[in-house]
Design a protein around this ligand. Structure first.
Ligand code: SAM
Ligand code: SF4
Length: 346
């Protein structure tokens, strides 16, 4: 049996979190580890130096911090990484967060995963109230999968996705659009998701980490081009539906599928950004594409009073910038972040 965490009380909000651009902040993405069992080429270097374990927030500290955010009106919590399911004892954290689902303070508890550990974790996740998960999968070809993830094996992920479905979890497949890599799989991936009943979202590759400018531009497949390819076979209807995030959706009239596009490069949707990102060391990034961050670990460790932490969160939100500066036009990479995506939590 997994040990349970001592409960930290929720402080009721005195005022919701609103940033300087009048955007309500209701969505927290928390990276619970920078480690991963894959080494996706667009995300990590092959030889990564990971943080020493002592730098990481403990599961109890993660609980306290996330509960402080929930007390300030955060309604949606996405657990990510690195690979969240390789963090030791991670189910203890999910179990702890499920009390906020039960109380109604949290509307959704979810995660983004590479799927490698789902065979083991799908059912326990469903048991604590997770309803939907995002699984990152850029190809359905065994050899290409091994190439792009360096260390991953496709059958293991497909078994994991199957386990998720068997556990009653709704699965959304996230595909990073990569020129010269998965262009030829656009229709097979769409068809597979339709046949399996999975939602599907495409993502433009972002300039995070230490990849050279040339390599980054080489792999960039703008989603406006992907969309034009889709329109050669399907009738696309734009949907007004928004989830408060950067995704825009279309319906394929022929299949009824809903497809999401996350287009930080070709179309910047920062004006409606409702999220902030917490790293596994307690750094709060108010924007994925800016360097500014607030250290929440220091106030967390300095005082057992959660009000101190909430004050630090409020102060950080007043610094949320208008948006990122990613730009590949003019054949140059602008807005590059040296941080890897696995640090901030994609
Ligand atoms: N390991 C988990 C996974 O792969 O789903 C969670 C963390 S991963 C950093 C989260 C998401 O970020 C994945 O969908 C991944 O494809 C995406 N990602 C990583 N690096 C990226 C980049 N440079 N541009 C766009 N998406 C990226
Ligand atoms: Fe790991 Fe996810 Fe990054 Fe791939 S995208 S290396 S699975 S953290």
């Amino acid at each position: 049996m997994t040990p349970s965490l001592p409960e930290s009380p929720i402080l009721r909000p005195t005022a919701p979190l609103i940033d300087p651009f009048q955007r309500p902040i209701q969505y927290l993405r928390v990276s619970v580890t920078d480690r991963c069992d894959f080494r996706c080429t667009y995300c990590m270097a092959e030889h990564m130096t990971f943080l020493p374990k002592k730098e990481l927030l403990t599961l109890e500290e993660l609980d306290r911090l996330c509960s402080a955010f929930i007390g300030l009106g955060v309604e949606k919590l996405r657990v990510t990484g690195g690979e969240p399911l390789v963090r030791k004892g991670i189910m203890t954290f999910f179990e702890a967060m499920s009390r906020h689902l039960e109380s109604g303070a949290l509307r959704e508890l979810t995660l983004t995963t590479n799927g490698s550990q789902l065979a083991k974790f799908a059912q326990p996740l469903a048991d604590v109230g997770v309803k939907r998960i995002n699984v990152s999968l850029d190809t359905l070809d065994d050899a290409k999968f091994a190439t792009i993830t360096r260390w991953g094996r496709l059958p293991q992920v497909l078994t994991g996705i199957e386990a998720a479905r068997a556990a009653g979890l709704r699965v959304k497949i996230n595909v990073v659009a990569l020129k010269g890599f998965n262009e030829d799989e656009l229709f097979p991936i769409v068809d597979w998701c339709a046949a399996e009943g999975h939602d599907l979202t495409f993502i433009e590759v972002m300039p995070m980490g230490d990849m050279s400018e040339e390599a980054r531009l080489d792999q960039y497949w703008p989603l406006k081009d992907l969309r034009a390819r889709l329109a050669e076979r399907f009738t696309l209807t734009d949907l007004a539906e928004r989830t408060g995030g950067p995704a825009r959706y279309v319906r394929l009239e022929e299949t009824g599928q809903k497809i999401g596009f996350i287009t930080p490069l070709t179309h910047n949707f920062c004006e409606s950004c409702n999220r902030v990102r917490l790293t596994c060391t307690g750094e709060l990034y108010m924007c994925l594409g800016q360097e500014d961050m607030a250290d929440l670990r220091a106030p967390l460790r300095a005082s057992s009073d959660d009000a101190v932490v909430q004050d630090a969160i409020r102060a950080a939100i007043t610094r949320k910038p208008k948006g990122h500066d990613f730009d590949y036009s003019r054949q140059k990479v602008a807005g590059q972040m040296s941080r890897h995506m696995s640090h901030t939590g994609g």
